[in-house]
Design a protein around this ligand. Structure first.
Ligand code: HEM
Ligand code: SF4
Length: 763
């Protein structure tokens, strides 16, 4: 058979074709041992080829160990991962825009190269899992032939440029941001000024300020469409934000400029990129996002530096070329606008219409949301959906950050027929944007960093909530749930009414999956404020917690009170009581169900009760100390709620010291209660020895304590306190993890007959 390279030679844009050839050559060199692991990893990531969990041929699908086939077992592609093992391929979809032809090809490659599932991500991308690295060049060629690139989908580069999925059809927007998002994606892709970042960089466009859509405030670079009348003429521009981001410590972006004229957005993006590349952190990944640079310099100084850079930039026609084509830009509806005749409908259609249909600003047209459970669509469904799109809307399809697909420009009269077609392919479910439509990151299913099963929990919650959806009060139906498998926030839990992220806890020496509860995040106002972390709930009790908090809201809310305002009003103390009610984990002998995660019958840990017994004394004391740290952290939150930021700051710092002291006590019982001594001892015993280091985050979390300790001149305001809280929480979490590792080591040491537990030996 002719190779894909030869078959598609005429159809691929020459630049993309050349890049894929280069990538393939690098793979050859890697096979011959001529390229270092580290270098190849960066090459691979820049093309969206990612390592994933269970990729060394040891995938456990919940019932049995499965062996996946791949060739070379000796070369690694990063820490402990064989370099050519099946991995994940992220495919960039700028502003989520898809066409039926692209959908067909995505369906083909998903079927031929992976598990026949396309996964829609929280940034409008598509991911394929279990792809063999040998197949990636052809996969890239096939999608390049329909205008899609994977370039810079991962790595320290400009990631997918996202935008409101309703751009162009929304009644609230100032104007359609689509051509601007497209131009920005095109301009920054592979640009020489964006090749030297210390970390990833995510731009987003929104059509208005008050709804959510573009989620600009959680992005590295955010644009909100605005117009302004100058000399009687309406001018287009953008309110521009910089330095937001979720991840371990979430930051709200800062306002860069209230109105940047449309012809200035690309040169300013370039100038920002240059400043970030030159001044951003490079060595310490944990501080390398632009949010840290903006925070360190302050937005005023950062702005100064950018404007100076802007003045020095050599002119580039690409800054404004796309604006010339703007007057001709516009999506074309496939069919004429026709109002829906209200007679011919049924109950399932009405339910779907109530949640999944948005009436466009263009009369007679609607947007239909195709709800995808967990963001997954099979290759068969993708192909069928492409075909449906071809017949109803033509090219007008978009992915959403809530992991669904939109069909835009549906003639209203076609809605019942369209719903019937979607139902036929299993995609006619109602509930888009409601409490049933849970967002989840890949979590422990495929992500190496996952701690708890975000997808398992999301599936469980969706099924339970769907079963009783009709009985729920409207106020509850409209709440959003978002779940991440760990603190990295890929599931965007900070933006949800009810957010959760995976953590683990030792109970009687055994690891139990838990989720930290984050409540009251704001989706509107472009993710205007983030939720607050309340406490930790065992994974298996999260559905009970959701029920209880929903009941409480329903019974105790004031007239018209929004969930976020309710959470603020009742405060952490009361919410904590609710968490504590479901926090207890029964001993393993009494109820084993707590010791495995949702949709995964395996026991959560391989290390069973032996660990608890062998290190009994140390376990109980350190547990007690870590609990004390948690308590202090909680007190800090209460101070902050009272507006006493200085006290909150001191208590949070005290909580970190308490956790550090607890760890030190496992080696050195008589450590005194003095900050200087605690930090010094912690540094020598846990940081310098790397005992505190996490396999993936290294010593990042220890830096939080060191920085706060060394920072003698503090400002006490809401922003700073909030950040310190996030850091404190992560430091305590890392202390739990460190203790868990130490217990496991000492259990192993005892099991193999080394005599004393490792810790006692150091004591
Ligand atoms: C292979 C598994 C993955 C790994 C190892 C990973 C790693 C990370 C890390 C370390 C962060 C936080 C660091 C930072 O940017 O500040 C992060 C954030 C994020 N990731 Fe992932 N990720 C994975 C998969 C995904 C997937 C599948 C999605 C989309 C569904 C995703 C979307 C995001 C988003 C939206 C954020 C935070 C938003 C932001 O700060 O801009 N990630 N990821
Ligand atoms: S939040 Fe954690 S578990 Fe989920 S995808 Fe991101 S890194 Fe993985």
């Amino acid at each position: 058979m002719t190779s894909w390279k030869a078959r598609l030679a005429e159809q691929m844009p020459p630049e993309l074709a050349r890049e894929i050839d280069i990538y393939e050559t690098q793979m050859d060199l890697k096979r011959q041992g001529k390229v270092e692991d580290k270098l190849f990893a960066e090459t691979r990531l820049r093309r969206g080829v990612y390592g994933q969990r269970y990729d060394n041929g040891q995938r456990h699908d919940g019932t049995a160990q499965r062996t996946l086939s791949f060739k070379s077992r000796e070369l690694t592609k990063g820490r402990e991962t064989l370099w050519d093992a099946p991995g994940m391929q992220r495919i960039k979809i700028p502003f989520g825009g898809l066409t039926p032809d692209q959908m067909d090809v995505l369906a083909d490659v998903a079927e031929e190269y992976c598990d026949a599932i396309c996964h829609i991500t929280t940034r409008q991308d598509i991911q394929l899992h279990y792809v063999h690295i040998d197949d990636t060049p052809d996969l890239m060629r096939r999608i390049a032939a329909v205008g899609i690139t994977t370039r810079e989908a991962c790595g320290n580069s400009v990631r997918n440029v996202t935008a409101c999925p309703l751009a162009g059809v929304c009644s609230d927007e100032a104007f359609d941001v689509t051509p601007y998002a497209k131009a920005c994606a095109h301009f920054l892709l592979g640009h020489p000024d964006v090749q030297d970042f210390g970390r990833k960089f995510k731009p987003a466009f929104s059509g208005c300020k008050h709804r959510a859509c573009g989620l600009t405030t959680m992005h590295d670079l955010g644009f909100i469409a605005r117009t302004r009348v100058e000399d009687g003429v309406e001018k287009r521009g953008f309110e521009m934000y910089v330095g937001g981001g979720l991840g371990a410590v979430p930051y709200q972006a800062k306002l860069f400029d209230e109105f940047v004229p449309e012809d200035e957005i690309l040169p300013l993006s370039q100038a920002i990129s240059r400043v970030y590349a030159r001044h951003g952190e490079k060595k310490n990944r944990g501080r390398a996002r632009i949010k840290f640079l903006v925070d360190k310099l302050g937005i005023d100084q950062f702005r100064e530096m950018v404007l100076e850079e802007r003045r020095a930039l050599p002119h580039d026609d690409a800054w404004t070329d796309y604006l010339k084509e703007l007057p001709a830009y516009g999506e074309k509806p496939l069919k004429p606008a026709t109002k829906l005749n209200s007679g011919a409908t049924n109950a399932a259609f009405e339910a779907w219409r109530a949640t999944n249909v948005y009436l466009q600003k263009q009369p007679g047209y609607a947007v239909a949301t195709v709800t995808l459970p967990l963001g997954d669509i099979t290759s068969w469904q993708m192909r069928q959906l492409g075909d449906i799109a071809r017949r109803y809307v033509g090219e007008n399809v978009r992915n959403t950050v809530e992991q669904n697909i939109l069909l835009r420009w549906v003639s209203e009269a076609d809605l019942p027929g369209l719903h019937g077609e979607l139902t036929r392919i299993g995609l006619g479910e109602a509930g888009a944007g409601t409490i049933m439509d849970v967002t989840a990151c890949p979590g422990t299913d495929t992500c190496k960093l996952g701690i708890a099963s975000s997808r398992g929990l999301a599936a469980e919650l969706s099924v339970r909530l769907a079963a009783k959806y009709q009985q729920l009060d409207k106020a509850i139906q409209g709440l959003r749930i978002k779940i991440s498998g760990c603190f990295n926030s890929c599931g965007q839990q900070h933006l949800a009414d009810l957010g959760f992220y995976g953590v683990s806890r030792k109970v009687g020496g055994t690891t139990v999956p838990h989720f930290r509860v984050v409540l009251g995040g704001q989706w509107e106002e472009n993710a205007g404020s983030y939720g607050v972390a309340i406490g930790v709930v065992p994974s298996k009790r999260v559905p009970d917690f959701v029920e209880q908090i929903a009941d409480k809201y329903l019974n105790e809310r004031e007239k018209g009170e929004r969930f976020q305002d309710f959470i603020k009003r009742i405060g952490k103390r009361e919410l904590r009581v609710l968490v504590d009610e479901v926090a207890t984990v029964p001993p393993y002998e009494l109820d084993r169900s707590y010791y495995s995660d949702w949709r995964d019958p395996r026991e959560f840990t391989l290390n069973d009760m032996a660990a608890g017994e062998c290190a009994g004394e140390i376990v109980s004391r350190i547990d007690f100390d870590l609990q004390a740290a948690e308590r202090q952290y909680f007190e800090a939150q209460l101070h902050s709620e009272d507006g006493n930021y200085q006290k909150a700051d001191e208590a949070a710092y005290g909580a970190m010291l308490a956790a550090a002291k607890g760890l030190i006590r496992t080696q050195y019982q008589d450590i005194i209660d003095d900050a200087e001594t605690i930090v010094r001892e912690f540094r020598t015993r846990f940081y310098d020895t790397k005992l505190f280091h996490d396999k993936y985050a290294g010593g990042k979390f220890a830096q939080y304590l060191f920085r706060r300790h060394e920072d003698k001149v503090r400002t006490f305001d809401e922003d700073t306190t909030r950040r310190l809280f996030e850091e404190t929480q992560l430091f305590i979490e890392a202390s739990y993890a460190c203790n868990g590792r130490i217990m496991e080591q000492s259990a192993t040491a005892q099991a193999i007959g080394n005599g004393k537990p490792a810790l006692a030996a150091r004591g």
